[in-house]
Design a binder for this molecule. Structure first.
Ligand code: AR6
Length: 185
C-alpha cells in the first residue's frame, strides 16, 4: 500500500529489511547494541562484523559505556548492506501497557526520523519495532507507528518511508491501520 503525505511517500510492503535499498534501515535493537535475534540478528549478519565494532564504538564514545535507553536512536554505517546506514533504536518490552510503552514506541519512530533528517537521508525502511520478542501487540503498535510517521511527514519534507513487514498477517494489520488514519486525515 502507498500513501502520499505532503511531498512524502509512505509505503507498506512484505519483505526482508536487510535487502532494502533505502538510504537507511532501522534496527529493532536492544540496549546493549551488541546484536540479538530477530531483525537485529538478521541485520548484524547481513552487515558483517564491522557493524558490531561500530556499535561498540557508539557505546564507548556516545553513551559513555552505558546502554542505549529505550526510545532513543543512534546511527552507524550499513557496511555490507545495500542500505548506506543503520539507525539502531530500542523498542519497549510490552509489560501490559502500564509502563509507558506507547510513548516509548512513538519515540523510536520519531527519533529515528529526526536522526535520518539530521543526516540528510531521504529514504528509510522500518521493521515492526517491538512486535516480535518484545511482545508489543501488533494492532496497537501499528497504530502508534503509523500515527507517529504520518504526523512527522505532515510537518517535514523528507522523502520515502517504507515499513517492511515480515509476514502477510502483519502487513494486513498495518494496512488496516493506515487506511483508517488516511481516512481521518
Ligand atoms: N526483515 C523485516 N522484519 C523482520 C526481519 C527481517 N529480516 N526479521 C524479523 N523481522 P524482533 P523486537 C520482524 O523480535 O520485538 C532482538 O533479539 C519480526 O517478525 O526482531 O523489537 C533484539 O536484540 C517482527 O515482526 O524485535 C532485542 O533483544 C519484527 O521484525 C529484541 O529482539 C520485530 O521483531 C527486540 O525485540
Amino acid at each position: 500500500m502507498d500513501a502520499t503525505i505532503g511531498q512524502n511517500g509512505l509505503k507498506l510492503m512484505v519483505g526482508d529489511i536487510t535487502l532494502q535499498k533505502t538510504d537507511v534501515i532501522v534496527n529493532a535493537a536492544n540496549g546493549t547494541l551488541l546484536g540479538g535475534g530477530g531483525v537485529d540478528g538478521a541485520i548484524h549478519k547481513a552487515a558483517g562484523e564491522e557493524i558490531l565494532d561500530a556499535c561498540k564504538r557508539v557505546r564507548e564514545e556516545e553513551l559513555s559505556g552505558r546502554q542505549l535507553p529505550t526510545g532513543e536512536a543512534v546511527i552507524t554505517k550499513g557496511y555490507n548492506l545495500p542500505a548506506s546506514y543503520v539507525i539502531h533504536t530500542v523498542g519497549p518490552v510490552w509489560e501490559g501497557g502500564t509502563a509507558n510503552e506507547p510513548t516509548l514506541l512513538a519515540s523510536c519512530y520519531e527519533n529515528a526520523m529526526q536522526m535520518a533528517l539530521k543526516h540528510q537521508l531521504t529514504s528509510i525502511a522500518f521493521p515492526s519495532i517491538s512486535t516480535g520478542v518484545y511482545s508489543f501487540p501488533v494492532e496497537f503498535a501499528a497504530d502508534i507507528a503509523l500515527t507517529t510517521l504520518v504526523s512527522f511527514l505532515k510537518e517535514h519534507p523528507f522523502g520515502q518511508v517504507m515499513i517492511t513487514l515480515f509476514s502477510e498477517a502483519d502487513y494486513d494489520v498495518y494496512k488496516t491501520s493506515l487506511e483508517k488514519i488516511m481516512e481521518e486525515k
